[in-house]
Design a protein. Structure first.
Length: 174
């Protein structure tokens, strides 16, 4: 099997997300979601600070319907599930969103091709916001700036805490 570089991974992920987002429509609650943990709230606050520093004035809000996909991304980051094997599971959630990004917080290891987490969770929101551009590539930074919906999952792996997220520009209208 050919090893995939970062650009190929992001391209493949983006293409899969676009295809899946066009696969169908779904309804959902219009009520705003709230973080399920204080750690998620801190990550959200750090992302909002990052966006504000970048000049983004539009709000980004949590979306509960994206949460199951973020939980799958955690399994991928921990090596409990292969990315390729997760597309079917992710499709049911992703098909309801416009411009859903590639998963944020995981990258493919150049040598092994295995996915690994990269966005470290810190209790210090300011430092987390400052570190964000150092932990993700430019495409991910742009996705964070242009999104209006987000799901965040904080998890422990290898003795450290990480976070992953999925962002979208909106939901598919029925």
């Amino acid at each position: 099997m050919k090893k995939m570089n970062r650009r190929e991974f992001l391209t493949l992920t983006g293409a899969a997300v676009v295809a899946l987002s066009l696969a169908g429509c779904g309804g959902g609650s219009s009520a705003p979601a709230v973080p399920t943990t204080s750690e998620e709230a801190k990550v959200l606050e750090a992302i909002k600070k990052y966006r504000a520093a970048a000049g983004v004035k539009e709000q980004i809000t949590l979306d509960n319907e994206l949460k199951p996909a973020a939980e799958i991304v955690v399994k991928i980051a921990k090596g409990e599930k292969k990315f390729e094997d997760s597309m079917g599971d992710l499709s049911e959630v992703m098909k309801r969103y416009n411009d859903l990004s590639a998963p944020i917080g995981i990258v493919a290891d150049k040598d092994t091709g295995n996915m690994m987490p990269v966005c470290i969770y810190l209790d210090d929101v300011e430092k987390m916001a400052q570190n964000l551009p150092l932990q993700v590539d430019e495409d991910t930074q742009e996705n964070l700036k242009s999104a209006s919906l987000i799901a965040i999952q904080v998890f422990e792996y290898g003795g450290a805490k990480y976070w992953v997220a999925l962002v979208a520009k909106g939901k598919v209208t029925p």
